[in-house]
Write a new protein. Structure first.
Length: 239
């Protein structure tokens, strides 16, 4: 019964977030088409203001389709708990953060999400290690300290790649993913312009360190916490 409830919650949350991403994409695309190219009286935003929203909404749709594709392609199964958190993160970062403007309206919204992403990527690092060793559990022959350090480094590396993507997108598409400008378009200068990027990397590292430490304790003292977060690959039935 409990398993069915978890599966049901997972499906409901995933469906709601997916529909939200689709609707957001359509609404933002229409708004961008109607918006002027240059500031005009009566319009709060111009076309370029909607580019980031549209890009993020489209990426959100693909991100919600990714788990099903991974399952069909390689049999990768995401635990229900992790899937709910994954969908909730996309909703908070893309719809609330970009489309609804929470990044500018709610203090530390971006910081909170990056801390959570560091934790999630750290947990993913444990799964990557099991995939590399072709097992369903973290291999017992590996030192818990090594596994924890690997998970931490994996999470930080992915976060760095994400910041590079944001930097490239801002430069090529004239967006504001790294929040180098205020909501009114005023460009930040000096240390203030670096604050968002460096804060993201710092809190990502803190989140990764927390989950890595928890994972270390789990493996060292055989608590079983890590196993509940691991992605698993369904083995194909032999004929």
């Amino acid at each position: 019964m409990k398993t069915k409830r978890k599966g049901s919650a997972r499906q409901v949350v995933s469906l709601v977030v997916f529909i939200t991403m689709v609707v957001s994409t359509v609404v933002v695309a229409v708004a961008m088409a109607l918006a002027p190219a240059v500031p005009t009286e009566g319009y709060a935003r111009i076309k370029s203001d909607y580019v980031l929203m549209l890009l993020q909404s489209v990426l959100g749709i693909f991100a919600m389709l990714l788990p099903r594709w991974l399952y069909r392609k390689w049999g990768v199964e995401i635990p229900s708990f992790m899937m709910v958190l994954y969908a909730a993160f996309l909703y908070c970062s893309i719809y609330l953060g970009e489309v609804r403007g929470f990044y500018f309206l709610i203090p530390y919204w971006d910081t909170i999400l990056h801390t959570f992403s560091g934790i999630a990527l750290g947990a993913l690092g444990f799964s990557v290690l099991t995939f590399l060793n072709k097992t369903d559990r973290v291999p017992f022959n590996l030192s818990p300290a090594f596994v924890a350090v690997f998970a931490f480094c994996f999470a930080v590396a992915v976060d760095v790649v994400w910041e590079i993507y944001e930097f490239a997108a801002d430069g090529l598409l004239t967006m504001n993913m790294q929040k180098h400008s205020l909501a009114n378009g005023q460009a930040l200068v000096g240390r203030a312009a670096l604050s968002d990027t460096m804060t993201d990397l710092i809190v990502d590292s803190i989140g990764a360190a927390v989950i890595s430490l928890i994972g270390y304790v789990s493996l060292k003292f055989k608590k079983g916490w890590v196993e509940k977060l691991l992605l698993r690959v369904q083995k194909k039935k032999e004929d």
